[in-house]
Every structure is written in structure tokens, then in C-alpha cells.
Design a protein around this ligand. Structure first.
Ligand code: BT5
Length: 323
């Protein structure tokens, strides 16, 4: 039963929003027209909006707002990112599961995604709020053959692919080094990159991405209600999460291929086009000190360059930035 469902969704995926006749479906699936009708009804019960037109057949007008493998595969345009989806309704943290899959040899492009995280985390073990059904909480596993010190570039690459996907739905975004995507000064996306590596070789990079998608402001915990926003708040409309994930995967795969082939140059230029801290006076809080100065750019490794008033230059690998 589930495999027929899968085949049916694959047919619709190939039709790319177009109509499939009942006759054609019944032939391809090897079942009766009545059985096709029953499967279509089942899809409707799951939240798919199916348009039925005489002589033309059926068309998926809207898929349910779920982030299960079926919804993500329906219409996915990539070669490997998102081809292996590990979905669970509730997890502690998708990073933890992706880390385990990383050690177990999961292929590049594997994505772990959940409707809810009970222990989502940011950098330095800070909490990442991940309420059920409202956001995209996912971890993407990559296995790039690059030197360890270049791994931070992948955080910036991921940020660009998410920024592009959000722009495609008509929202202007800015990136705050290294990992925040802001809309109108408020945080909509956080990215956390973790490594599985020996000193001289990367085994896996796990890019964790948290996106506030369909929260209303009253959904936010009081700790973040003044600093956080969601795509729904910004657009005024509900945003389909699986479709957004597909756009992120497509953008990311394109940039990642470019990156592996030609290096960081193109990604850096794109990243800089979104950067909101560069050229500005910032306060950078690192583990050891707080520096105030002008953010004059990023290095080819993705490290932030800060110039103090007295002219001294600092290379910042990790910090919280205030603009
Ligand atoms: C981050 O850390 O911004 C990285 C967040 C990465 C989350 C993803 S979700 C999928 C994957 N699985 C995980 O467990 N994590 C990754 P950082 O720069 O340290 O920012 C954390 C701070 O952002 C917190 O201290 C809060 O102030 C704020 N924050 C927490 N939840 C938020 C939310 N939903 N929206 C906006 N801001 C939030």
C-alpha cells in the first residue's frame, strides 16, 4: 500500500504540477481505476489538495504542510542533497541524529528533519526554540574533500543558499556574520556547523539549519519575542515548508558544486552581497574578549576581519556580533 502511494507521488512529481489521467495512473500502477480513485482520496485525507478535471485527470495543486520524505521528494530537483531524508516527528536535536548517521557512513546529502526538536541547540550549547510544525529544523550532511580550516566557508555557503530561497518568496534578507539571517533586523534563521574530522581530513560536515517559518509572534518564547521573526510574519501568508526546503537544497547543491570545483570566490562575493555587518561599526564578543571596531570584510577562509580605531587588525573565528 505504501509503495503504491510512493509510486503515485513519484508520477505526480514527474508531471511537475501537470495533469495525470486516471487511465494513465491505473496503467502505471497496475491497479484498477477504482483503486486509483481510492488512493487519490487517501492523499486528500492526508492534506494534499488535488484538482480533478474531466478528460484531463488529476493534478496536485498543493501538498500538505509537512516535512516528511514524501513531501520533500515531490518536485525535488537535486541530484543528492535531500535525496536521503531521515524524518522523525519529534527528536531531541537533528544534529545529534545526523552526527550518528555521519559516523555510520550515511551518504553525502543526507538530511535529517523533524517537525519538533525538544533540545534544539545553537552555538555554545545555547537553546534553539523549535516548536512543532512551525519551522524547518534540519541537518544536512556533507562530505567535502577540503582542508579542515576551510570548513567555516560551508556555514557561509549554507547561509547564502537559505538567503536566496527566502528572497525567492519575496522577502529581503541580510546575513549577520557568521550564521544569522535577519529580516528587518530580527532573526529568522540560525545555522550551526559541526565537524567530524581528523586533524588532516574531514569525514563529515553537519550543517544544522533552523528557520522560523509559520510562527506568529505569540508563538515565540518571551526570551526571543523581541529578537525573532518568521517568514509568515514577514510575508503575511503561510509558507509551505517542504517547497522551501527544496529550493534551499537546489540552491545549496548548485553553490556546493561551484565551491568544490572553483573554490570559495563566487560564494564569498554572494555572501558579501547579503552581509549587513561589513563596513559597519560592530561589537564582537569572543570567548576571551570584547572588541569594538569596524568589520572590514571576511578572509578567503570566511574569517571576520575587524579593525580597531587604533588601526590594529583582528581575525575573528568565532564571536557574537552586535551591530
Ligand atoms: C544559532 O545559534 O543560531 C544556530 C541555530 C541552529 C539551529 C538548528 S535547528 C536544526 C539543527 N538542530 C539543532 O539542534 N540545531 C540546528 P546561536 O548563534 O548560538 O544563536 C542562539 C540564540 O538564538 C539563542 O540564544 C536565542 O537568543 C536565539 N534563538 C533561539 N531560538 C530561536 C528561534 N527559534 N528564532 C530566533 N532566535 C532564536
Amino acid at each position: 500500500q505504501t509503495s503504491i502511494r510512493k509510486q503515485l507521488l513519484e508520477l505526480f512529481s514527474k508531471a511537475d504540477g501537470g495533469f495525470l489521467s486516471g487511465q494513465m495512473i491505473s496503467e502505471k500502477l497496475g491497479c484498477s481505476r477504482t483503486a486509483v480513485w481510492k488512493h487519490i482520496e487517501d492523499l486528500r485525507k492526508e492534506g494534499y489538495e488535488l484538482e480533478a478535471v474531466r478528460r484531463l485527470g488529476y493534478r496536485i495543486a498543493q501538498k500538505p504542510d509537512k516535512v516528511t520524505a514524501n513531501e520533500i521528494h515531490l518536485g525535488l530537483e537535486t541530484e543528492y542533497i535531500g535525496r536521503h531524508i531521515h524524518f522523525q516527528e519529534t527528536v531531541d536535536s537533528t544534529q545529534k541524529i545526523a552526527a550518528r548517521l555521519g559516523y555510520e557512513g550515511a551518504p553525502e546529502g543526507t538530511v535529517v528533519v523533524a517537525e519538533e526538536q525538544t533540545a534544539g541547540r545553537g552555538r555554545l550549547n545555547r537553546q534553539w526554540y523549535s516548536p512543532s510544525g512551525t519551522g524547518i529544523w534540519m541537518s544536512i550532511l556533507l562530505r567535502p574533500n577540503i582542508p579542515v580550516h576551510q570548513a567555516p566557508q560551508l556555514t557561509l555557503l549554507a547561509a547564502v543558499s537559505v538567503a536566496q530561497a527566502i528572497e525567492e518568496i519575496g522577502i529581503t534578507v541580510g546575513i549577520k556574520w557568521p550564521n544569522d539571517i535577519l529580516i528587518g533586523g530580527k532573526k529568522a534563521v540560525g545555522i550551526l556547523t559541526e565537524l567530524q574530522a581528523d586533524p588532516d581530513r574531514i569525514h563529515a560536515v553537519i550543517v544544522g539549519i533552523g528557520i522560523n517559518v509559520n510562527q506568529q509572534s505569540y508563538h515565540f518564547a518571551s526570551e526571543i519575542e523581541n529578537i525573532a521573526t518568521s517568514l509568515c510574519i514577514e510575508t503575511g501568508t503561510h509558507v509551505n515548508r517542504a517547497t522551501l526546503m527544496q529550493r534551499i537544497f537546489a540552491n545549496m547543491e548548485k553553490l556546493y558544486k561551484e565551491y568544490l570545483q572553483n573554490g570559495f570566490t563566487v560564494i564569498k562575493v554572494l555572501w558579501e552581497s547579503y552581509a549587513i555587518s561589513i563596513g559597519k561599526e560592530i561589537k564582537a564578543r569572543t570567548m576571551h574578549e570584547t572588541l569594538i571596531g569596524t568589520a572590514i570584510g571576511i578572509t578567503d577562509d570566511g574569517v571576520l576581519i575587524l579593525e580597531e580605531k587604533n588601526g590594529s587588525i583582528h581575525y575573528i573565528h568565532s564571536a557574537d556580533i552586535e551591530i
